[in-house]
Design a protein around this ligand. Structure first.
Ligand SMILES: *Cc1c(COP(=O)(O)O)cnc(C)c1O
Length: 361
């Protein structure tokens, strides 16, 4: 192993995991089983979009299989350098930021990029072109002041980067500051740590989160093999401390784009008390378009999933459109037609609304 030979106690310590995250893809050479030329191409992809993964997450990879779904999510690959399709900022988040670090695309909700740090960089990340440019975390006071001055905001979503990587005391201060704003009724925390660094979800961290309820944790598991005793324990600690956990998966080509895999994922999540919430169509992001599943295929899988599992197991299959259109539910009763260029949606009054199909298929 490239990370030495830790004791069980070290392995279960998030500090050890973070101190041993692998960020040089060449260190994986012996595990990847690729030649020098291929390794050079992976390094080129990592030079453009940084590589970082925890030993824990890397330990879930089956290295003998080049198409392994965990490997695909964390190890750089040459298609990331394909410049033909995709946008750097698919949702124009930069133009929806009234103050640096706060994105507002809905009247009643504000999304805050609490930090730019992640424990593992997802190759399919929506913000893979943005985060390296943001620098350190945002200035908190202007963000809190903005929220305080906008009484129509009832929900604040901490996103990132991964907010649970913040020191618990800093996180506590931020949550307490938001809680002092009377119109903020609900706080949501988006984090991938239960899947990539579950040992970070300590009892102490859970106490901090539970102190500021109602607070929801939204995590991201994309494949049933990410559900392990460690990640189950992390979710259980959250739920037992009074913090509900739901899941936002991303539909990813070669990772989870089949009914059996999604069914196992959703059932597995329900079995660890995590509610499947969204299944996202992969965003048309520069450097991640090779993950996109054609909409019609995605809709067919999602529709079969809907009847294959119990209602509490069914995520909403959604596509995030630019700007105010927001997230669109991709189900047969809503989608009138899909062509390469256009997506026609049935509006509330039966009126048909045409959007440019960002997925080109
Ligand atoms: C997705 C998103 C939200 C939350 O949307 P929900 O449908 O409530 O999960 C809020 N703000 C922004 C900017 C978003 O992208």
């Amino acid at each position: 192993m490239t990370w030495g030979d830790p004791s069980a106690r070290e392995w279960a310590d998030w500090r050890w995991q973070l101190a041993h995250t692998v960020s040089d893809v060449r260190a994986l050479g012996p595990l990847l089983g690729v030649g020098a030329r291929q390794l050079g191409r992976l390094s080129a992809a990592a030079a453009r979009y940084p590589f970082r993964a925890t030993p824990y997450y890397l330990s879930l990879v089956e290295w003998g299989n080049p198409r392994d779904p965990i490997r695909r999510q964390c190890v750089p690959s040459p298609p990331e350098l394909d410049n033909r399709f995709g946008r750097k900022d698919p949702f124009s988040e930069a133009s929806h930021a009234p103050v640096p670090g706060l994105v507002r695309r809905y009247r009643d909700r504000a999304l805050v990029m609490a930090t730019t740090q992640c424990a593992t960089y997802c190759r399919h990340c929506t913000r893979k072109n943005l985060l390296p440019c943001v620098g350190a975390g945002p200035a908190w006071e202007p963000i809190a002041r903005y929220v305080a001055q906008h009484p129509e905001i009832r929900e604040v979503i901490l996103s990132g980067g991964d907010p649970l990587l913040l020191p618990p005391r800093a996180l506590d201060r931020i949550l307490a500051r938001l809680r002092r704003i009377p119109h903020v009724e609900v706080i949501r925390v988006g984090t991938r740590l239960p899947a990539v660094l579950p040992m970070r979800v300590t009892d102490a961290l859970c106490r901090v989160l539970a102190n500021h309820r109602p607070l929801w944790v939204n995590t991201q598991f994309n494949h049933p093999r990410e559900i392990t005793p460690e990640s189950a324990q992390a979710c259980s600690r959250l739920v037992c401390s009074g913090v509900p956990v739901s899941n936002q998966a991303v539909l990813l080509r070669g990772v989870n784009d089949s009914l059996p895999v999604l069914r196992a994922l959703c059932r597995g999540l329900q079995a660890i008390s995590v509610r499947p919430y969204y299944l996202f169509q992969c965003d048309p992001v520069l450097g991640a378009t090779h993950f996109a599943v054609p909409l019609r295929r995605g809709m067919a899988i999602a529709e079969r999933l809907r009847t294959a599992v119990g209602g509490l197991c069914v995520p909403l299959y959604v596509l995030d459109l630019r700007g105010a259109a927001g997230k669109i539910l991709l189900e047969p009763s809503r989608v009138a037609s899909v062509t390469k260029r256009w997506l026609t949606i049935r509006g509330r009054n039966g009126r048909l609304v045409r959007h440019r199909n960002p997925c080109r298929a």
